[in-house]
Design a protein around this ligand. Structure first.
Ligand code: SF4
Length: 432
């Protein structure tokens, strides 16, 4: 039996899709790239960006032609959590809709499913942890995700995550260690620790994420550790100094600021100010001078003045980013920011985004250019776009292409960096 999964959104959704695939493997489903031959078509959805539901309905419309009589169409993820019943009402092709905290129930839901008795939407936040019911994780490549924390208690005024993923939940250190060992045993060389608020981890068996990183670093065969996404005011000294003490922890930190204006940060309900953020980024640079700092930005938040926006540009100049993600504010239904009175005109948002991205891209290019001539270790993870080319990532998470045999995929090799653009590096294999 075949399973076709399409995943939208963040790394947490990619992790969830991998866990769903492992869960359904128990029922005998193997993954296929072709919806045409699928017995289950599953869409794992994201609700962060604008028009998420509309994009989902159009994807359902595209895939419905592949649905045969026996095929199940399942929608999972955050759109279900936000609009599950509505989804079933509007999309008649969908058989089962399941929220992000309930996908461990899929084997039971699928086995007992009978369309005549009614289609199913599961959107509760179950008392039990889904992680207790999932089968052992399997790495599907050299780089693997491991969810250590989920949900968020911060309630930023523009964000749907606290409503779709629920309140913060941290897995225990023992659970995390077991899963990390299992990932390494099944081929992972790099583990990305995931959480909506990963550095707010507060589970049993360790003081904080810094301890978790130090514990995982002792696993033989594991070569690289990363973590994302961090919340600035929850950054601990123990996490920061791990970047100095733990060679396996990569010199890269994704630290979303969103805005460089204190007034906008307050309206966003972000619980830090620009000076606090600058102090944290300086601490990272003090313990690890070469660290690559990355961030997220929202421009055109309700009430953002020209001066607020200039403050953001100023902060970007001060920090100097190696990479970034930036967006125009888009109102997410049900969030406080969506009903704020002082919304910014679209053309103003566009103009600000262009200016911000110009600056960020020039910093990113400069960061990449600075690595030309250096020898860096690259974890090779996929075939490149051109024949005979493979690609992977530097410790600073720069996408790097080299000419080499694909038998090297999954290995860490030494590469001399010979060229750089804003988005990638080119290099020559020095040592396999
Ligand atoms: S901290 Fe992140 S996940 Fe939590 S509410 Fe704010 S933006 Fe959303």
């Amino acid at each position: 039996m075949k399973l076709y999964i399409k995943t939208f959104g963040c790394q947490m959704n990619m992790y969830d899709s991998a866990r769903i695939r492992d869960t359904l493997a128990i029922l005998g489903y193997t993954e296929t790239d072709s919806p045409e031959e699928a017995d289950i078509i599953l869409l794992n959805t994201c609700h962060i960006r604008e028009k998420a539901s509309e994009k989902l309905f159009s994807e359902i419309g595209r895939l419905v032609k592949f649905k045969k009589e026996h095929t199940l169409m399942i929608v999972a993820g955050c759109v279900v959590q936000a609009d599950g019943e509505e989804l079933l009402k509007r999309a008649h092709a969908v058989d089962i809709a399941v929220g992000p905290q309930s996908y461990h129930k899929l084997p039971e839901l699928i086995t007992k499913y009978n369309r005549k008795k009614g289609r199913i939407a599961v959107t509760d936040f179950p008392a039990e942890s889904k992680f207790d019911y999932l089968p052992p994780i399997q790495a599907i490549g050299a780089s693997a995700f491991l969810a250590v924390q989920e949900g968020c208690d911060h309630f930023c005024s523009y964000c749907v995550v606290p409503y779709t993923r629920g309140c913060e939940y941290s897995r225990s250190a023992t659970e995390i260690m077991d899963e990390a060992r299992q990932l390494v045993k099944t081929g992972a060389k790099e583990i990305m620790l995931l959480g909506q608020n990963v550095n707010g981890w507060h589970g049993e068996g360790a003081r904080d994420l810094g301890d978790i990183i130090r514990m995982i670093a002792d696993i033989d065969g594991l070569e690289r550790i990363r973590y994302t996404t961090s919340y600035p005011s929850e950054m601990t000294e123990n996490i920061i100094t791990a970047h100095r003490d733990v060679p396996k922890l990569m010199p890269y930190i994704h630290l979303p600021i969103q805005s460089g204006s204190n007034a906008v940060l307050k309206a966003m309900n972000r619980q830090y100010d620009r000076d606090g953020y600058l102090r944290i980024s300086e601490r990272f640079r003090a313990v690890r001078p070469d660290i690559a700092i990355s961030s997220d930005f929202i421009v055109g938040f309700p009430g953002e003045t020209d001066k607020d926006f200039e403050d953001t540009l100023d902060l970007v100049q001060r920090v100097g980013y190696a990479s970034s993600f930036s967006f125009k504010f888009s109102a997410r239904p049900g969030t406080p920011a969506s009903i704020m009175k002082n919304q910014i005109r679209e053309e103003v948002k566009t103009e600000r985004l262009i200016r911000l991205q110009d600056l960020l891209l020039s910093q990113q290019k400069q960061f990449n250019v600075n690595t030309v001539g250096k020898e860096l270790d690259i974890l090779l993870i996929e075939n490149g776009k051109e024949k005979g080319q493979i690609s992977g990532y530097t410790p600073y998470l720069q996408n790097t292409h080299i000419a080499a045999d694909e038998s090297l995929l999954g290995q860490i090799v030494r590469v001399k960096i010979e060229s750089a653009t804003a988005t990638s590096l080119g290099g020559r294999l020095v040592k396999a």
